[in-house]
Ligand binder design. Structure first.
Ligand SMILES: NC(=O)c1ccc[n+]([C@@H]2O[C@H](COP(=O)([O-])OP(=O)(O)OC[C@H]3O[C@@H](n4cnc5c(N)ncnc54)[C@H](OP(=O)(O)O)[C@@H]3O)[C@@H](O)[C@H]2O)c1
Length: 314
């Protein structure tokens, strides 16, 4: 497959999803004369825990630019030879992106920007605007609509990462999840309501597919996913792969709503996870048709439930 005809700068490239996106972009390679860089803090660049990853990426041609995302000079300097910016910043720095996008608009060269989304559809229906976890991403989209004219922005909407969905989070087990060790699952309601998932490696693959299809992707909200499955189908897959029967508890939607409210009232960080699990259980990840095909990807190009569960049972 042809290499990418852009110089690309990634923010948050060593983060949870940034790692997959950076790895996929590096594997796709830039055409000669173009660079692939990450913009990272000095703390991350010198973090012993990230040294192995960064040196392996550097050997694949990655440039590491250190700076502060809140320092306009650092950012503008990093934009000097960049065509495309991919932001993978985490939830706590999402609003810093308005300035990053403004600086991109002001720059001479940046023409395409991917704000950090890679998750639940924040404009799925009329109720989406009121969901607390969506507020910062909605603000970024609004800023772009009102202020950005030259730079094209693309939002990659992937739904939940199946890799993370499989976890049973201690203390909030009732929101749903799977525990391989105790062979226990918790599903919301009957567990028969379908959810659209993307695996974390596929987020990287789909981002690269968007870069390969600028006519289809630039300026768009792309709704993509690896596969659709119900929570009960996931239990069945775990049972098949572990060769054992699992215990499945069910959380009624009303109980999830009450837990969600309690977590927000107590200002607990896991409130976000509870709200997102409720949105997913309500079916707000489902589409008549995704944009996968537009990006040249069919079902055989993306991971399956069996592959992802296979990784989880090892
Ligand atoms: N679909 C899903 O199930 C799902 C799950 C989780 C996240 N997401 C989405 O994925 C996106 C990325 O989230 P993530 O969990 O991958 O992010 P993360 O790992 O928490 O953070 C990503 C990067 O952001 C930078 N960063 C974080 N805090 C910073 C700060 N205070 N100042 C400067 N830089 C900071 C760091 O980059 P450096 O280390 O390079 O400095 C960090 O590695 C978000 O939009 C999030 O909503 C989706």
């Amino acid at each position: 497959m042809a290499s990418l005809p852009f110089s690309i700068l990634i923010f948050g490239g060593t983060g949870a999803i940034g790692k997959h996106i950076t790895a996929a972009i590096l594997s796709a390679k830039a055409t000669p004369g173009h660079n692939i860089s990450i913009f990272t803090s000095a703390a991350t660049a010198s973090d012993p825990g990230k040294e192995v990853l960064l040196s392996s990426w550097k050997s694949q041609g990655l440039r590491v630019v250190t700076g502060d995302i809140h320092n306009a000079q650092d950012v503008s300097r990093a934009y000097e030879d960049v065509d495309v910016v991919v932001s993978c910043l985490g939830r706590n720095t999402l609003t810093a992106q308005t300035e990053l996008i403004r600086l991109a608009e002001e720059s001479a060269r940046v023409k395409w920007f991917f704000p950090s989304e890679y998750g639940t559809d924040i404009e799925y229906d009329a109720s989406s605007k009121d969901e607390k976890p969506h507020q910062n991403k909605l603000r970024v989209r609004e800023f772009i609509r009102n202020n950005i004219r030259r730079v094209q922005c693309t939002y990659l909407v992937t739904g939940p990462y199946i890799d993370m969905y499989l976890a049973l989070l201690p203390g909030v087990e009732a929101i749903g999840g799977y525990d391989v060790h105790s062979k226990k699952a918790v599903v919301v309601n009957s567990g028969n309501d379908a959810v659209g998932f993307t695996s974390m490696p596929d987020v990287g693959k789909l981002l690269v597919a968007a870069l390969r299809h600028p006519d289809e992707a630039m300026g768009q909200v792309l709704k993509v996913q690896s596969f659709v499955a119900t929570p009960v189908e996931i239990v069945r897959e775990f049972e098949k792969q572990t060769g054992a029967e699992w215990t499945t508890d069910s959380t009624p939607m009303q109980t999830l709503l009450e837990l969600e409210k309690k977590l927000w009232d107590e200002n607990k960080p896991l409130a976000t996870a509870a709200t997102l699990r409720r949105i997913w259980a309500e079916g707000r990840t489902l589409y008549e048709k995704t944009d996968n095909e537009k990006l040249g990807l069919g079902p055989d190009d993306l991971e399956t439930l069996s592959e992802v569960v296979g990784r989880a049972v090892i």
